[in-house]
Design a binder for this molecule. Structure first.
Ligand code: NAP
Length: 324
């Protein structure tokens, strides 16, 4: 089968397109013909050897796929060849065929396009469990989403709205903010040209926000500390800016703030049922029209390095998807 192979740690130029042996269908696992595969910021970290979960080269990257079931390993129940599914194979998704544990496979609605399904589990899974379970976002609360036109950020806007919050989106530039607004954001702040703390205070009558969703880190995290209401929660999702923030404990103490560390990937092992239940709810919300996955670019599989470049250059909105 054709696959994208990372043969040494490095930048995306280490990726090659190669013919390799198809994966073996072990007991409890499902073989999928990949019709679309999601691209994530974390793929660049994995390829660089800087991700929290290490895979030694050579390996095939790709955390998430959508396609049809080809074969089920011994002991697999609930799936049959031909089923349309989304899956989280761990790695191995950027290929014509992928295998995943049956627990990491979900059937998708007949009407859901494969590109949307491949863009779905990591981003919506992260935002739904993070906001509703980790941050306990409640209806009527004010949610501030940074990087709100990015992969996880845009889904946080939609999940926040579906959960009944008022959503303030931040992003770099009017085009990105227009995407966040189209996906439900009530207010938009351009962090390239506006002071986030001042604008949030204006929009909230001086009070600040209840919950912050932060996949960016760096200076924007520091700004969040200054515009989160007393008793507020800041969900630490990632560090797309490249800078890991160090929250000053005195500010947390004085304002009764909670900074919540959050890695969805760990919950896939620690709390697998919670992750599945969360994704099932997202799929129900998709069927009700409350979630609308946004795929800004689709590229052929052998252009994976270019796909990662779009994320690095901040040239994508929502998700980028590879098509074998
Ligand atoms: N905790 C978890 O479980 C979890 C799950 C998934 C992802 N993540 C993390 O969340 C972060 C975002 O992931 P993603 O897949 O949504 O990425 P993405 O689609 O590339 O979005 C990242 C956003 O961050 C903003 N950004 C700010 N500074 C940037 C920089 N120097 N380079 C690139 N983007 C920058 C960009 O928006 P502007 O141009 O508008 O600033 C961009 O839209 C990553 O750190 C990822 O590892 C964490």
């Amino acid at each position: 089968m054709r696959a994208v192979v990372c043969s040494a740690f490095g930048d995306p130029s280490v990726l090659t397109s190669a013919e390799i042996a198809p994966p073996v269908v072990a007991p409890g696992r499902v073989l999928i013909r990949v019709r679309a595969a999601g691209v994530n910021f974390a793929d660049q970290l994995l390829i660089a050897g800087k991700y929290q979960e290490k895979h030694e080269p050579p390996f095939v990257p790709g955390f998430e796929v959508a396609g049809e079931v080809l074969e089920c390993g011994d002991g697999v129940e609930g799936f049959a060849p031909g089923d349309r599914v989304m899956a989280m194979p761990g790695v191995g998704g950027w290929a014509e065929l992928a295998v995943a544990d049956a627990a990491d496979v979900l059937k998708i609605p007949d009407a859901m396009p494969f590109a949307e399904a491949a863009a779905f589990p990591v981003a919506y899974g992260t935002s739904h469990l993070g906001l509703l379970d980790r941050a306990r976002l409640a209806p009527g609360e004010v949610l501030l989403v940074h990087g709100a036109a990015g992969g996880v950020g845009l889904t946080a806007v939609e999940v926040g709205k579906a959960a009944g919050a008022l959503v303030i989106a931040t992003a770099g530039g009017p085009d990105k903010l227009a995407v966040a607004t189209r996906h439900g954001a009530d207010h938009a702040i351009d962090y390239k040209s506006e002071d986030v703390r001042t604008r949030v205070k204006e929009l909230t009558g001086g009070r600040g926000v209840d919950v912050v969703y932060d996949p960016v880190g760096g200076a924007i995290f520091d700004a969040s500390l200054r515009c989160t209401a007393p008793d507020g929660r800041i969900l630490v999702v990632g560090f797309a800016s490249g800078t890991v923030p160090a929250p000053p404990a005195n500010v947390l103490l004085v304002k009764n703030l909670t900074v919540i560390g959050y890695w969805w990937g760990a919950y896939r092992k620690l709390r697998p049922q919670a992750v599945r239940d969360s994704l099932f709810e997202c799929l129900r919300w998709w069927e009700e029209g409350r979630l609308r996955p946004h795929v800004s670019q689709t590229l052929p599989l052998d252009r994976a390095a270019q796909a990662l470049g779009l994320l690095k250059d901040r040239a994508a909105t929502g998700k980028v998807v590879l098509i074998p």
